[in-house]
Design a protein around this ligand. Structure first.
Ligand SMILES: *Cc1c(COP(=O)(O)O)cnc(C)c1O
Length: 381
């Protein structure tokens, strides 16, 4: 698959490595590189290796399955699974030396039993809910859960953490309220006899960049590791971060049309003048949002060209005006060409979503091509 196709996602691993280093400097903390969802669409294994080269101490994934992919590639760094998997996954998780996040009474009991069965306490990270309201020990249960883990001989609480709900909106006071709650939780942990955990962490990317008080010993950075903005109005470049992803293809068809010629499904666009229309061989089945219909630009010949009409499943069209582009010309949908750059943030704004959704929705049909210093780093996969 993909051998004939020009469309590809290039991933600049030098940028990932740089960003991991930069985030560690900026936070004055150890970095946990969040590589869930195939490294936010960038390729989890390659991103993980680059982040570790850049100094990241930890990796984090959403699923045991994602952790197994990293272990299968020979990665030995600590890997935190950010939510409890089903109890049935515990033996697999432990065999792969993945670190569980824990918060529910039955899951803690099960992992405690597994640790006692193995004759060695299992390191875990205990997650407190301080206001995200998703998963984590709710405040009403803090004492009971802390008593449970303090008494559990089959586990050792190596980390405690929480997750911020609104760090991307610095005008709101929710983050300060959450951090105060987290400190209350840490106090309760001391009072109830929990040995001091090695890793205390609270910050996601927005927390890391915007809330010094959230930084603690470890920061869990996802989107910022990829050089992308965690929040509207925040430019990752202002923090010295570099975007890593380029979405590239080649023109497959060109034609000159008279003014008024309509193109693509629904005839939602027609040529404003006589000129050239180019066809590109990728579409919403590759993850180009259909919402970009008439709403985004593509670089061809170093010039921004508007998407003309409806984004199709496998193709889209661009208006080139008087410029006669040629079949085979490079077209850049995300990233730089010449002196210009199209940013994921532009797509997110045009599609009324967030950078995270844009990059995680680039589909497996697009080969990921890792690059180091602009050169192929071991080919596509
Ligand atoms: C996804 C996730 C992160 C990373 O969030 P970013 O905003 O991408 O930095 C951190 N912590 C948890 C618990 C997550 O689920």
């Amino acid at each position: 698959m993909n051998d004939f196709r020009a469309s590809r996602v290039e991933v600049d691993l030098s940028a990932i490595r740089h960003n991991a280093t930069r985030l560690g400097e900026l936070a004055g903390a150890a970095v946990c590189a969040v590589v869930k969802a195939d490294g936010y669409g960038h390729g989890a294994v390659e991103v993980a290796r680059a982040a570790l080269e850049g100094g990241a101490a930890w990796l984090a994934v959403a699923l045991v399955e994602e952790g197994l992919v990293l272990r299968g590639a020979g990665i030995e760094a600590p890997i935190l699974v950010l939510a409890e998997p089903p109890v049935a996954a515990i033996p697999t998780l432990l065999d792969a030396n993945l670190t569980a996040t824990v918060y529910r009474e039955p899951f803690i009991a099960a992992i405690d039993a597994a640790g006692r069965g193995r004759g060695e306490p299992v390191p875990v990270h205990l997650k407190a809910d301080t206001g995200m309201g998703r998963v984590g020990v709710p405040e009403a249960d803090w004492d009971a859960r802390l008593r449970q883990v303090v008494a559990a001989e089959g586990l050792r609480v190596e980390g405690v953490f929480t997750h911020l709900a609104c760090a991307d909106e610095p005008d709101r006071d929710v983050t300060d309220v959450q951090l105060a709650a987290f400190d209350r939780f840490l106090d309760r942990a001391v009072k109830l006899g929990l040995p001091a955990p090695v890793w205390v962490h609270a910050a996601n990317s927005a927390g890391t960049l915007l809330y010094p008080a959230a930084r603690r010993e470890l920061v869990r950075t996802g989107i910022a590791l990829y050089g992308l903005s965690p929040a509207v109005g925040v430019d990752a470049a202002d923090f010295g971060l570099r975007p890593a992803l380029r979405l590239v293809t080649e023109v497959t068809f060109v034609k000159r049309v008279p003014a008024g010629t309509a193109v693509s499904y629904g005839h939602r666009w027609s040529a404003p003048a006589d000129g050239w229309v180019a066809t590109l061989p990728l579409g919403y089945a590759d993850g180009v949002p259909r919402a970009l219909t008439n709403a985004a630009e593509v670089l061809v010949g170093g010039v921004r060209r508007p998407i003309a009409g409806t984004v199709c499943m496998d193709q889209l069209l661009v208006w080139c005006g008087d410029d006669e582009v040629a079949v085979g010309d490079e077209a850049v949908l995300i990233g730089d060409q010449g002196d210009d750059r199209i940013r994921v943030e532009e797509w997110a704004a045009a599609a009324d979503t967030i950078t995270y959704e844009i990059v995680t929705q680039l589909t497996a049909r697009l080969p990921r091509v890792p690059l180091v210093d602009g050169r192929a780093a071991g080919g596509s996969r």
